[in-house]
Ligand binder design. Structure first.
Ligand code: FAD
Ligand code: DHB
Length: 397
């Protein structure tokens, strides 16, 4: 049985789910096809920092109940190098803005539950999209596999590929018009979850000893820590003793000790920067990681996905309700302008805080001088803070 919806969305990550909610608010019907099970989507550990504007959007959409009860607002971050800590007062530097530390999979749980409550059947799990067709005409469709293993077809007016970096959407833009820009870094992140109380009241981004480390949090009893590693390292290369030894030295400062606890989750992720352009071909639109990847040092990946779909939802609404395609025509340029700012900031944070395997003592001193400039110059501190809490979303015209 073919199905029909106004906007067919591939992928139930932050991009797909925020889009479905934004479209519903605008009175537009959508259906999400997701390759994985609901449990897998809701259990995958990823990002944790919501920009000021993303947390505000969750409230605006009526999706912030649990976030407001459970998550912490962080009005500052700490930078550390050479065993010195610098408190960056985000709120003071940005006119009162802050970030919210709330795990991506908790955001997804809230958005999935709210979407299914409002529109039962509007997300099909275990239904991988296999191909899109007709995107250059007026009647596009998504061909997918049903949870029972049969062939499904979703006819729609517009298709949004919000299917992450390894999805099928990007490849449907002909190679002759698709441009891809990218860079892979010679280091990765080992991420761990630990049962322990908080060791410090805010996030610490540190660059010391063998490189980067990050102290983040999930709750008063669960902490999230990352450290720079060889991207080829299997997690088995990192036994608990080695993790604590490295974190201990990379976060060491006088009069403070990192509280240890049971490590119950470990993963290694590669670091890359990637942009695909344009974000549109006919009636197919790319959003989120399907179109671009940032290294996680700036905490921008999830936030950028939300900014894309905010712009796209307005454009779809204008096209569907008013027959005005100007927003759809402008989508790629409008979204990419903000994407390149996030790319610049993420690459800046990454280079400043990681130790390149081929780094010379000169390179190290240059990185430290960059960090010192943030301590010395209110202009440099303000630039970092403005980007970290999130640049404004593109204005609605
Ligand atoms: P995704 O979250 O990738 O969602 C895409 C969805 O599409 C997935 O559920 C996938 O199963 C589904 N899908 C794929 N192909 C198909 C198909 N053919 N049919 C149907 N469904 C399909 N960012 C940070 O800021 N900080 C971090 O610490 C951080 N850690 C990360 C760790 C990992 C391992 C990864 C991969 C990313 C991390 N990120 C981090 C980035 C951040 O999580 C992403 O930017 C964010 O998830 C992007 O959302 P998205 O909706 O665009 O894509
Ligand atoms: C977290 C992830 C990030 O990439 C980051 O920059 C800060 C915090 C986190 O998972 O908590």
């Amino acid at each position: 049985m073919p199905r029909r919806t106004q906007v067919g969305i591939i992928g139930c990550g932050p991009a797909g789910l925020f889009l479905a909610h934004l479209l519903a608010r605008a009175g537009i019907d959508s259906l999400i096809l997701e390759a994985r099970s609901r449990a897998a989507v809701e259990g995958t550990i990823r990002a944790g920092v919501l920009e000021h504007g993303v947390a505000a959007l969750m409230q605006e959409l009526g999706l912030a109940g649990r976030m407001l009860r459970q998550a912490d607002r962080h009005a500052g971050i700490t930078l550390q190098w050479r065993s010195q800590r610098l408190h960056l007062d985000l709120a003071a530097l940005t006119g009162g803005k802050a970030v919210t530390v709330y795990a991506q999979h908790e955001v997804l749980k809230d958005l999935v539950a709210a979407r299914l409550a409002a529109a039962p059947g509007s997300i099909l799990f275990e239904a991988p999209a296999r191909a899109v067709e007709g995107i250059e005409g007026d009647h596009p469709a998504i061909l997918f596999e049903t949870a029972e293993g049969g062939a499904g077809r979703l006819d729609c007016d517009h298709i949004v590929a919000a299917d992450g970096f390894h999805g099928i959407g990007r490849g449907a833009i002909p190679a002759s018009i698709r441009q891809e820009y990218g860079k892979t870094y010679p280091y990765g992140w080992l991420g761990v979850l630990v049962e322990a109380p908080r060791s410090w009241p805010e996030l610490i981004y540190a660059s010391q000893g063998d490189g980067f480390s990050l102290l983040s949090t999930r709750s008063p009893t669960v902490q999230r820590l990352y450290l720079q590693c060889d991207p080829a390292d299997p997690v088995e290369a990192w036994d608990d003793a080695r993790i604590w030894r490295e974190l201990g030295s990379r976060l060491a400062t006088d009069g403070w000790t990192l509280t240890q606890g049971k490590i119950f989750q470990k993963s290694v992720i590669p670091l890359r920067s990637f942009v695909c352009a344009p974000l549109r071909h006919g009636r197919l639109f790319l959003a989120g990681d399907a179109a671009h990847i940032v290294p996680p040092t700036g905490a921008k990946g999830l936030n950028l996905a939300v900014a894309d779909v905010l712009v796209l939802s307005r454009a779809l609404s204008r096209a569907i309700h008013r027959g005005d395609a100007s927003g759809l025509d402008a989508y790629s340029d409008t979204a990419l302008a903000r994407v390149w700012q996030a790319q610049r900031f993420s690459a800046f944070m990454t280079r400043m805080l990681h130790r390149d395997p081929g780094e010379t003592p000169f390179d190290t001193r240059l990185r430290e001088a960059q960090l010192e400039q943030i301590a010395l110059s209110p202009a440099a501190a303000t630039a970092l803070a403005e980007n970290y809490v999130g640049l404004p979303f593109p204005a609605e015209d």
